[in-house]
Write a protein that binds this ligand. Structure first.
Ligand code: PGA
Ligand code: ZN
Length: 404
């Protein structure tokens, strides 16, 4: 996106391997070439349909281009122009506005409102759709609850990551990394993976729970079949109530502070049951379940399902719609987590969104791979500009094993 004053903004659309059924759908060429994933058609849409409309627009606010994008396609799944067309354009225009203003994007997004440098949620083991379904759980992550700066949180996380690598090597189980840079999960049960994560936290010298807590993304929609939830490692399927009980057992035994998509996107009753049972003991995050949609967030909150939202701009299709989902969640007194995708790029705009919109947490995958470190480095730079006082520490996050 080039403005009249010469400012140029860029935006890149990410992609996800484990997608929600109701999220914005990317425009892809299909056919034989590049497995059907090429985006020449999407680029053509940008040049022939979006650009001429934008040329006539006065970019008077960072998200002003979204009005045009929504006029072209206001469907929730962006079926007319494609979610990738929409989100990349939305990001490029916001970045162009910030460059023209000579300010970081987070600053123009926040205006005079408070900002915070979000708490990192970092993957140590990848699983599910991100690791050939080697284990059922998709993400085994840590949150440095006691850290007082993003720099300290990342250092503590890196110590846990290194310890996990040492423990895996001792067992002869070190086999590279998964999609988001976490270690490949060479385990024979799901619980063995959680157990190993706990041992890595201890081996790194931290108190599990108090200092470094466990965070899981079950991505349960991926396990859903006609016969309930399929646990491939255990060669069995269980119903929704049994799934709640299984996860509840983990919450009892392990110091878990956050659990994402514990039930499937179409299992609203299960999500309500789980939230009723465990909502005071742990953060319950809706990802596929809510697909960054303000109306779904509001409905879930009113029905007592989940207590936190994952905000992925490309699920919504524009930054304005992503902001809408985030502010709706905040209005319902939920916590908010801005998130990257498994098919991520070097674009660091999500860091600006998390800071400028005052989200408390950021989920980006692991601390390896350049598309991930680009985000953590952007956070560190923001913290250097804002000071550690702006850091959103995780001391408030409940830990599942603590009573009362
Ligand atoms: P995805 O995974 O980008 O493959 O959807 C990330 C997540 O589930 O949080
Ligand atoms: Zn998820």
């Amino acid at each position: 996106m080039a403005l009249d004053d010469g400012a140029i903004g860029r935006g890149i659309a990410p992609a996800g391997a484990s997608r929600g059924a109701r999220e914005a759908v990317d425009a892809r060429d299909g056919g034989e070439r590049l497995g059907g994933f090429d985006v020449r058609g999407a680029v053509d849409t940008v040049l022939t349909r979006v650009a001429p409309r934008l040329a006539a627009v006065e970019l008077d606010t960072p998200l002003a281009a979204d009005r045009v994008l929504l006029e072209l396609d206001d469907s929730p799944t962006k079926s007319a122009i494609g979610g990738n067309v929409s989100v990349a354009t939305s990001i490029a225009c916001a970045q162009a506005f910030a460059i023209s203003a000579g300010l970081p994007l987070w600053r123009v997004l926040s205006g005079d409102a408070p900002v915070s440098v979000p708490l990192p949620e970092v993957q140590i083991f990848g699983g599910g759709a991100h690791a050939g379904r080697r284990i059922d759980i998709q993400d085994l992550m840590v949150i440095a609850r006691s850290a007082q700066s993003v720099e300290q949180a990342l250092e503590m996380t890196a110590e846990v990551y290194l310890a996990a690598g040492r423990l895996m090597a001792e067992r002869g189980a070190l086999a590279g990394v998964a999609d988001e840079g976490g270690f490949w999960p060479a385990f024979s049960t799901n619980e063995e993976a959680i157990e190993m994560l706990l041992r890595a936290i201890e081996a790194a010298g931290y108190v599990p729970g108090d200092e470094v807590a466990i965070s899981l993304d079950i991505a349960a929609s991926e396990l859903r079949t006609d016969h309930g939830y399929r646990l491939a490692l255990e060669s069995r399927s269980i119903d929704s109530a049994a799934m709640c009980a299984l996860l509840g057992g983990w919450l009892d035994r392990y110091p878990i502070c956050s659990i994402e998509d514990p039930l499937a996107e179409d299992d609203i009753e299960g999500m309500r049951r789980f939230t009723r049972a465990f909502g005071k003991r742990v953060q319950i995050v809706g990802d596929d379940f809510l697909v960054t949609n303000a109306a779904f967030v509001e409905a879930a909150a009113l029905q007592g399902a989940c207590n936190a939202v994952l905000v992925k701009p490309n699920q919504a299709g524009t930054l304005s719609e992503a902001l809408d989902a985030l502010t709706t969640a905040r209005r319902m007194r939920w916590s908010t987590i801005v998130s990257a995708r498994s098919g991520e790029t070097e674009d660091t705009t999500i860091c600006d969104l998390a800071i400028g919109w005052n989200a408390r947490q950021l989920k980006v995958g692991s601390i390896t791979r350049g598309e991930r470190t680009a985000k953590w480095n952007a956070l560190i730079r923001a913290e250097q500009a804002l000071g550690a006082a702006a850091f959103a520490d995780g001391g408030w996050l409940p830990v599942s094993t603590r009573r009362g």
